[in-house]
Ligand binder design. Structure first.
Ligand SMILES: [Zn+2]
Length: 165
């Protein structure tokens, strides 16, 4: 409650987590953080679009957050759907196809089955991290030593988060 009262006067989150919408992967719970500690931006498969980029830019440029983490996770349904659609040509319903299109460049082409999905989850984290690192305003902050953009993966089974380099 004290945290919530203190947070009324402003926010100073120390990190921004770009993660998936999956209900099992809530960043505040995974990292045991409270109100005001993390800014979280979430989209299926942590894909980027203008709203996600604008939200990240708000956190980094307006609030001066020094750390952005792209957080993928084991058994990601969005990545699984993207791989399945790529393999079968299946048309995904409504706007889910938009997510799949953004994940497609990261699809692993060497493995098959569950191993392909798992490798794609990691490749997608690298892909999204690289796209963020290529954004001019973010890149300038990285160059100036004011921002780090890192990738990571959360394993549902072990509940461990590890870096993806
Ligand atoms: Zn997911």
């Amino acid at each position: 409650m004290a945290d919530r009262t203190a947070a009324v006067s402003g926010q100073h989150p120390f990190a921004l987590i770009l993660g998936c919408v999956d209900s099992r992967v809530a960043p505040e719970l995974i990292f045991d953080q409270g109100i005001g500690d993390l800014m979280t931006v979430r989209s299926g498969g942590e894909v980027l679009d203008e709203a996600v980029l604008g939200s990240i830019a708000f956190g980094v440029i307006e609030l001066g957050i020094p750390l952005v983490m792209v957080l993928g996770h084991q058994s990601c349904g969005a990545v699984s759907a993207a791989v399945r659609a790529d393999e079968t040509g299946e048309e995904l319903p409504a706007h889910i196809g938009y997510l799949a299109e953004r994940i497609r460049p990261a699809i692993d082409r060497e493995r098959t089955g569950p191993a392909r999905v798992d490798a794609t989850i990691t490749a997608n984290v690298r892909h999204v991290r690289a796209l963020l690192a290529g954004e001019p305003e973010l890149a300038a902050r990285v160059d100036a030593g004011r921002l780090a953009i890192v990738g990571a993966r959360y394993e549902l089974g072990s509940q461990v988060v590890h870096r993806v380099r």
